[in-house]
Design a protein around this ligand. Structure first.
Ligand SMILES: Nc1ncnc2c1ncn2[C@@H]1O[C@H](COP(=O)(O)OP(=O)(O)O)[C@@H](O)[C@H]1O
Ligand SMILES: [Mg+2]
Length: 228
């Protein structure tokens, strides 16, 4: 298998007054194309910092990140935005849907940014809503949807431009156990359909569903195991 993700000696320091806090202190790992990895570890160990670097939302202090063979750690803001739009699907704990837009319109946003025409956008958004099991909710606003339904819309939005990799930061963190279980099943289906997934989670059930568990502590990787 080829590497979808190549992370080398990644360091991220945050300035804190005159001091610097090292949130990541040298992280190196690969994720194969088609793999499904969970990143676990105590609060504050650097999981979100790492995921934001993988998602080209943030830039490292030093070290490199390559996605699909392309270096992304030093992209300009414009190139980073373009890369994120087309190559990465990011799922947040708190969904971050546009409250004034319907489920379908939320999914159409990244399609419009990628230049798709009106009819193609609508058809693609409907297909994605069907994929996540929300075909009957296309006109609902986020406030008219349950937490689990909102997260499904957010996942459909993340998939809009057929990203090669999906990154998710605590995607079941706001959901009850039953809804979380539905989300776990959806991620497994997504991976079975060929999408590489990296998920940060406290949720043991979600972590166990992944093929691989990467353990972090205090800004470094301390364990890396294949689940089965
Ligand atoms: N923007 C920031 N400025 C300063 N320190 C930060 C910032 N973001 C995170 N940190 C610090 O970096 C460390 C790692 O944080 P984070 O990546 O959010 O951990 P996790 O997601 O594992 O809970 C923590 O000590 C946190 O306080
Ligand atoms: Mg976090």
């Amino acid at each position: 298998m080829s590497a979808m993700l190549e992370v080398r000696a990644l360091v991220r320091e945050y300035p804190m007054g005159d001091e610097r806090v090292a949130a990541l202190r040298g992280v190196t790992f690969d994720v194969d194309d088609g793999d499904y990895a969970a990143i676990v570890g105590p609060s504050g160990c650097g999981k979100s910092t790492l995921l934001n670097l993988l998602g080209v939302i943030d830039r490292p202090t030093s070290g490199t990140v390559a996605i699909g063979g392309e270096r992304v750690d030093q992209l300009s803001d414009g190139r980073a935005t373009e890369f994120r739009l087309r190559r990465i699907g990011f799922v947040f704990q708190r969904f971050y849907l546009m409250q004034a837009l319907s489920a379908r319109e939320n999914i159409e946003l990244p399609l419009a940014e990628a230049g798709l025409g009106k009819v193609a956008r609508r058809d693609r958004a409907r297909a994605l809503l069907d994929y996540v099991g929300l075909g009957a909710r296309e006109g609902h606003r986020p406030s008219q949807l349950s937490g689990g339904e909102q997260q499904r819309v957010a996942i459909a939005r993340a998939l809009a431009n057929s990203p090669k990799i999906v990154l998710a930061d605590e995607p079941t963190g706001e959901l009850d156990a039953r809804t979380g279980a539905e989300m776990i099943a959806l991620f497994e289906r997504l991976n079975a359909d060929g999408t590489t997934i990296v998920v940060v989670t406290h949720d043991e059930d979600l972590a166990r569903a992944a093929r691989r568990m990467i353990h972090m502590r205090d800004g470094v990787i301390v364990g890396d195991e294949r689940a089965r």
